[in-house]
Ligand binder design. Structure first.
Ligand SMILES: C[S@@+](CC[C@H](N)C(=O)[O-])C[C@H]1O[C@@H](n2cnc3c(N)ncnc32)[C@H](O)[C@@H]1O
Length: 275
């Protein structure tokens, strides 16, 4: 099967020599580091510093940097008592981009939350290949609808908010949502295109369950959270991905958690808020 890769990894399907592509990637990385030395140090040191370098597994290496955020981590069944009795459907669990997609335990935790809470209207910010989208649909009630937003394929590489290029994580390409497109769940999923800071959040809301996993700067995490708080139904849940791993997301969640009940889920980079 042809493997599709995320454009921001710099890998292209066919064309160009491997060495030339590697050199171009290295040059781009060095330019970004030179422009953002402090952010680059904070991102790279925990990942490649002396302790991390000893860990032979790249995913494990990343896991040991889940160190930001003030919320203590709690087991999923402490946050959702009774969830331990839930059976979850996991779809295409290992059709994933290591380091970019959610981990299998995160997909499992989100599937369990959806089975447990039975949301009718779900919104995901950041579709990427649609692995989480298809798992949201597979675990939601048959009558539920899943809306998922990503930057449009013809995105002009300009965010609505100011984003330093080291934080660019746009996965615009024809593989957005590829994991749900030809599945039996596709007819309950609506792909939306736009920038989450410029998008009409009310148009398809209110929602019972919102997953925030788009642009990961502090400004975007705050903007997405404020919009989510506006369009979530009473009794609904907001889930953030990358809590604990990304400083900006963690800080935004910590600040908003002062106003709502929010908890971080053990063994994952998920935080859940109950407005
Ligand atoms: C980490 S990926 C999402 C992964 C996906 N939720 C999953 O679990 O497989 C982040 C996605 O957010 C999208 N994105 C980045 N900035 C965005 C923005 N401002 N508005 C909407 N989507 C954005 C990127 O194009 C990318 O596909």
């Amino acid at each position: 099967m042809k493997k599709t890769t995320a454009p921001w990894t710099g890998r292209r399907a066919g064309g160009g020599s491997g060495i030339a592509q590697m050199a171009a990637r290295l040059r781009n990385a060095l330019v970004k580091i030179a422009r953002n030395p402090v952010t680059a140090w904070r991102m790279l040191w925990p990942r490649y510093g002396p302790f991390a370098a000893k860990a032979p597994d790249t995913e494990f290496r990343r896991a040991i940097r889940w160190s930001f955020g003030d919320l203590g981590r709690e087991p999923l069944n402490a946050v959702f008592p009774g969830i331990e009795h839930i059976d979850v459907r996991v779809v295409r669990c290992y059709d994933r981009e290591p380091l970019l997609s959610m981990t299998p335990s995160e997909v499992l935790a989100i599937g369990a939350m959806v089975r447990f809470l039975r949301p009718e209207r779900i919104l995901e910010i950041g579709t990427f290949e649609g692995n989480t989208t298809v798992n949201l649909a597979a675990n939601a009630p048959a009558s539920a609808r899943v809306f998922t937003l990503d930057l449009p394929p013809d995105w002009a590489r300009r965010y609505a908010l100011d984003v330093p290029d080291i934080h660019y994580n746009a996965a615009t390409g024809n593989h957005t949502g590829r994991q749900f497109i030809e599945t039996p769940h596709a007819d309950r999923i609506t792909q939306l295109w736009g920038d989450s800071a410029a998008f009409e959040w009310d148009e398809h809301g209110p929602f019972d369950f919102i997953l925030i996993d788009g642009c990961h700067t502090y400004e975007y995490a705050v903007s997405d959270t404020l919009n989510a708080l506006r369009v979530i139904r009473p009794g609904g849940a907001i889930v953030w991905h990358d809590y604990g791993m990304l400083e900006d997301v963690s800080r935004a969640v910590d600040e908003c958690a002062r106003g709502i009940k929010a908890r971080a889920i053990q063994g994952t980079r998920l935080a859940v808020g109950f407005p």
